[in-house]
Design a protein around this ligand. Structure first.
Ligand SMILES: C[S@@+](CC[C@H](N)C(=O)[O-])C[C@H]1O[C@@H](n2cnc3c(N)ncnc32)[C@H](O)[C@@H]1O
Length: 357
């Protein structure tokens, strides 16, 4: 099995998703709490805990693939959208510096939020695409939403790049496919030589939110539940009553401020909203459930958050509730990584090896 480098490795869900296809030979993240999760699950020797700014090409072993899930805050539409030049998303440049210093693996993947292609009509994507091209790579982006595999809506962009000398004709289409959103199509129009990667569609999802719920998890005391349900708008209250008469089990929601008032907004499509990192109470997902014929409320547990990311139940997540929730909210959904590894990255890697042989 070929080796891969897990840049911005966080709690290790990319390393986990790659299992069976690529072996992580090196990983890096600056966060001690994330490092603790990584080390609790994988050989700790390969983990370099420091800022990417301090990593030098010579620190990094040779590998077939370099994956970077670089920070998204400056590309997230909820954030400041400073873009790929921002303090945090701009760490992509530190990643590319390391890639330059080490000579550049044959395959690269950059993962981020949808804002990478949609913000400023694709201008941030254009900058990244051009920078990769200047380094001798050909690239194309895919949008994969975890909802195709898991009961969580989590669209993410995966920019897959290969060395320009590889013949990619059997891995690409002439036009956009199911994993190319309209934002990707727009962004592609801004650049030269965009690759329309070919990827099979996953089979229909079989799991729903109720399948990942821990029935033993403790719910809020009644006065808290009354207060939480009091945050529902009249429209959502009516919908909840209707659902109650209709086999309702669980609905997730986020607290938001609307016109200066805190409200709880629920969804009733049997999937969770995108997990986010808990900077404040409003970024943690609330569940409204039916318990013994009555409504109950509580926060999503860390294990439930992990299941929403496709993480196996024996994956160790040390630390506090917030540490665990953040570790999952920041991560890349495991089956999405696996799908990409199985149907595109590993075949590309084999073709690259044959070409070089
Ligand atoms: C989107 S998350 C990546 C998550 C990871 N791939 C996973 O699946 O768990 C971005 C990561 O970048 C890390 N990070 C932020 N600034 C960094 C820096 N200067 N050097 C190294 N890592 C950094 C964060 O700690 C976070 O884990």
């Amino acid at each position: 099995m070929e080796g891969f480098l897990d840049f911005f490795a966080g709690s290790g869900l990319v390393t986990e998703g790659m299992r069976g296809f690529f072996r992580a030979v090196w990983a890096n993240d600056h966060c001690p709490k994330k490092a603790a999760v990584y080390r609790a699950n994988f050989a700790s020797g390969r983990f370099m805990q420091c800022g990417i700014e301090r990593v030098r090409g010579g620190d990094v072993p040779e590998a077939a693939l370099g994956w970077a899930s670089f920070p998204c805050q400056d590309l997230s539409l909820a954030g400041r959208v400073a873009g790929i030049g921002g303090d945090r998303s701009g760490l992509a440049w530190e990643w590319l510096r390391v890639v330059d210093e080490m000579g550049g693996p044959p395959l690269l993947v950059a993962e981020n939020v949808a804002g990478l292609v949609s913000a400023r009509n694709g201008a941030h994507y254009q900058v990244l695409h051009d920078a990769l091209q200047a380094r001798g790579y050909r690239s194309g982006a895919l949008e994969l939403n975890a909802i195709r595999w898991l009961p969580q809506s989590r669209p993410r962009i995966f920019v897959v790049s290969v060395r320009a000398d590889l013949d990619v004709s059997r891995f690409t289409e002439k036009s956009p496919g199911w994993a190319h959103s309209s934002a990707i199509v727009r962004a592609a129009g801004r650049v030269n030589d965009f690759l329309w990667w070919k990827l099979p569609e996953p089979p229909a999802r079989e799991s729903f939110l109720e399948d990942i719920i821990d029935p033993g998890a403790e719910c809020n005391a009644e006065p808290v539940t009354r207060r939480v349900l009091g945050l529902l708008s009249p429209r959502h209250q009516t919908r909840l009553l209707r659902e109650m008469a209709n086999g309702f089990q669980v609905a997730p929601g986020y607290k938001r401020t609307r016109e200066g008032r805190q409200v709880l907004e629920l969804r009733f499509d049997r999937v969770a909203g995108c997990l986010r990192t808990p900077e404040g109470g409003s970024s943690r997902q609330v569940l409204v459930l039916k318990r013994d014929g009555r409504l109950a409320t509580r926060l999503l547990t860390v294990r439930e958050a992990a299941r929403l990311m496709g993480v196996r139940d024996d994956y160790r997540i040390p630390g506090s509730y917030n540490d665990g929730y953040r570790a999952m909210g920041d991560a890349v959904a495991v089956p999405v990584v696996r799908h990409l590894a199985e149907y595109l990255l590993e075949p590309l890697c084999s073709a690259q090896k044959k070409d070089g042989a």
